[in-house]
Design a binder for this molecule. Structure first.
Ligand code: FES
Length: 133
């Protein structure tokens, strides 16, 4: 018998994760999305100029909190500047002029909700403890 959706059984598979309603998530420039995998996998969800962007919340340089970074647009390119050492990261590609690469994730809006394609469930609230089924 042919196998079904192999992604479903792969722990690291990226799946669409519903994170909340557009009406709520569009009220702030950036939200921290907690990952069920823990601190290192948390995600920043940016809402800039009517568009959502998602990238790893901890800076690829030394782990600075990118959700607290300044957003600037230069030559049509939206960038976040890490609050710790001011490295730039392109919101769309995750690339920095320093050569570092920040992981970015696809975002879609469907049925009034925002979805981020990620390897783990994401939440606006911290995951208190890993669930065991
Ligand atoms: S930790 Fe982000 S630039 Fe250094």
């Amino acid at each position: 018998m042919a196998s079904g959706n192999v992604e479903e059984n792969t722990p690291s598979a990226s799946l669409w994760r519903m994170v909340g309603p557009v009406t709520e998530l569009s009220k702030k420039q950036c939200r921290l999305l907690y990952s069920s995998l823990g601190y290192a996998s948390d995600v920043c969800l940016f809402f800039i100029k009517g568009e959502f962007f998602a990238m790893d919340a901890r800076c690829a340089h030394s782990g600075g909190p990118l959700c607290q970074g300044d957003i600037e647009e230069a030559d049509g390119v939206l960038q976040v500047f890490c609050p710790w050492h001011d490295y730039d990261f392109n919101l769309r590609t995750g690339k920095s002029q320093t050569g570092l690469q920040q992981e970015v994730y696809e975002v879609k809006v469907e049925g009034g909700n925002v979805y981020v394609k990620h390897a783990s469930p994401l939440s606006l609230q911290p995951f208190s403890s890993p669930s065991k089924n």
